[in-house]
Design a protein. Structure first.
Length: 158
């Protein structure tokens, strides 16, 4: 298999121009917030009605969905893959281990746009909402991410 020449900025721009309601979550969001973490993949939480549009925007990058939109809706998730890997959560809601319910629509309403270039925005949850997404199935690295996010939240604005 030949490696793709994946252009992250172009991918984010394609998602933005497609009109997909997509929140970048996971460690890639932390990287964009300036936190010192490593990751090799992307994680998005996407509005359940926008699966086909995301797949269409991703096709230009050679990314292939692992499930049909109908299968993704049934399982609440799927992936887009080639030599890149993008996990896509499509659940309307999820629950933290402490029982707090996270609704995609509410996180989308509170989203924070990050300008990556003059013509490219990527949307991330608020820091508090990112912390909650890390509490859905907290692994050791999620606990470290929560610590970093809390420290970021306490920093004065520049």
């Amino acid at each position: 298999m030949e490696p793709s020449s994946f252009d992250e900025l172009a991918f984010f721009r394609a998602v933005q121009t497609s009109g997909v309601r997509a929140l970048l979550i996971g460690r890639r969001a932390l990287v964009l917030l300036g936190l010192p973490v490593l990751t090799a993949d992307y994680d998005f939480w996407v509005a359940i009605d926008d699966i086909a549009r995301l797949n269409q925007a991703s096709a230009a990058f050679g990314l292939v969905p692992t499930r049909t939109p109908e299968e993704a809706r049934e399982r609440d998730r799927y992936a887009l893959e080639n030599d890149e890997h993008i996990d896509v959560l499509v659940a309307r809601s999820m629950t933290t281990v402490e029982g707090e319910r996270l609704e995609f629509a509410a996180l989308w309403d509170r989203r924070c746009p990050l300008a990556l270039s003059p013509d490219t925005l990527v949307h991330v949850p608020t820091i508090d909402d990112l912390i909650l997404t890390k509490q859905v199935a907290p692994r050791p690295k999620d606990l470290e991410d929560i610590r970093l996010l809390r420290a970021l939240r306490l920093q004065p604005e520049r």
